[in-house]
Design a protein around this ligand. Structure first.
Ligand SMILES: [Zn+2]
Ligand SMILES: [Zn+2]
Length: 160
């Protein structure tokens, strides 16, 4: 295990942008919304959310694209790695990191799925985490628990 000071370090593929996040994240989850999927290029993104005041960008400058009012999506202007979603609209403001930009992505474990009902039709994962239609705000009820399909061969998920 790395020592505490190294946990939370990360950066882009080329190393031009580096960051350091301190302490425990607010939450880690999988997002299936179309904006996240398009920004990242994959079928799902996994985001680790920190309060903005716990994050320092230690090397280089990230570029920020405003994907909607108040929401910036940052990337490295040199290698193009998607880095963050940053919102001043949240109280307190937060920064959501794409999990694999961390040097040790295994340090963070997802606990839920956001916008699960917007996932690609063929995409499913064999975990038993709660799935939400949206962002799990304002007491939104999860609409299912566990995989939408029967999961992988050999796994057996209860119907819900
Ligand atoms: Zn880069
Ligand atoms: Zn999203």
């Amino acid at each position: 295990m790395g020592d505490k000071t190294e946990t939370g370090a990360g950066g882009c593929l080329c190393g031009a942008v580096r960051f350091q996040a301190a302490g425990e994240p607010v939450v880690t989850g999988h997002c299936h919304c179309s904006d996240c999927r398009r920004h990242n290029g994959g079928p799902v993104v996994t985001l680790v959310i920190f309060p903005a005041d716990k994050v320092r960008f230690t090397v280089g400058e990230r570029k920020i694209y405003q994907s909607s009012p108040g929401f910036g999506r940052a990337f490295c202007g040199q290698c193009g790695t998607p880095l963050t979603i940053e919102s001043e609209k949240h109280d307190p403001p937060n920064i959501e990191f794409h999990i694999s930009t961390f040097d040790d992505p295994d340090a963070y474990v997802p606990s839920l799925h956001w916008y699960h009902s917007r996932r690609l039709a063929w995409f499913d994962v064999a975990d038993d985490l709660p799935r939400y239609h949206g962002l799990n705000r304002d007491g939104e009820e999860q609409y299912r628990h566990g995989a939408a399909t029967k999961g992988l061969p050999g796994y057996n998920f209860p119907e819900s």
